[in-house]
Design a protein around this ligand. Structure first.
Ligand SMILES: C[S@@+](CC[C@H](N)C(=O)[O-])C[C@H]1O[C@@H](n2cnc3c(N)ncnc32)[C@H](O)[C@@H]1O
Length: 204
């Protein structure tokens, strides 16, 4: 944490004119992606490994998660990952509009009690921020194993005119795409007998 993290942290507070994520990475990256709430970072590490021409910012306030991913970044010398350790809304608000090509929100905390629903990450103001950060044609991926949160997400997304659901048949959202590795939370859901949904939206 002391040696590796400081060089990788995204300097959100210092960006008066907006943060262009592509400027954070060495060399030239063709796209910038963002993973919100990466947990222990298995999905993010896979994406970084298999897409070395993409710069990926991972956001995770959970310190054990950050530490786990830092270990992998250091061991494998992944040069295309940057990190932010606070609320993703703060980072999204600081980004130059249209500067990201993909946003992942995988298995966000479901906050099952009604009085806590307002804490759910997928809510109108955060969708506005994601929409602003994504370029037209960019993609938002959301996964959940929680039936009520899944319905909530679908209800919120169907109202949006700035996102188009890519699904054409049930297999498009019931089957995890090949380039979307299983996350730790999805694996837990499988062990506990729950199925998940895999939603992909295009920013239009
Ligand atoms: C249920 S876990 C899922 C972790 C991982 N995506 C997975 O599927 O294994 C949700 C994660 O989102 C993080 N999180 C919650 N609110 C957040 C926020 N506002 N910004 C960024 N991350 C957040 C939590 O710390 C937690 O690690």
């Amino acid at each position: 944490m002391d040696d590796v993290l400081p060089d990788l942290l995204v300097p959100v507070a210092e960006q008066a004119n907006g943060l262009d994520p592509l400027t954070l990475f060495p060399g030239t990256k063709k796209e910038a992606w963002l993973e919100i709430g990466f947990g222990k970072g298995e999905h993010l590490a896979h994406q970084a490994r298999t897409n070395p021409d993409v710069g990926i910012i991972g956001v995770e306030p959970f310190i054990n998660g950050l530490a786990a991913l830092l270990g992998v970044i250091d061991d494998e010398e992944l040069a295309n990952v940057r990190l932010y350790d606070d609320d993703a809304a703060l980072l999204l608000a600081a980004l130059v509009p249209g500067s990201s090509s993909r946003v992942f929100v995988l298995f966000p905390d479901p906050w099952p009690k009604s009085r806590h629903h307002k804490r759910r990450f997928i809510r109108p103001e955060n969708l506005d921020l994601i929409s602003r950060a994504l370029r037209i044609g960019g993609e938002l991926r959301i996964g959940t194993d929680h039936t009520d949160y899944g319905n909530w997400i679908l209800r919120h997304m169907v109202q949006r005119t700035d996102f188009e659901w890519q699904a054409e048949c049930p297999g498009d959202w019931r089957v995890r795409p090949d380039d979307w590795p299983q996350t730790r939370y999805e694996a837990k859901a499988v062990r506990e007998g729950r199925s998940s949904i895999y939603l992909r939206y295009t920013r239009v």
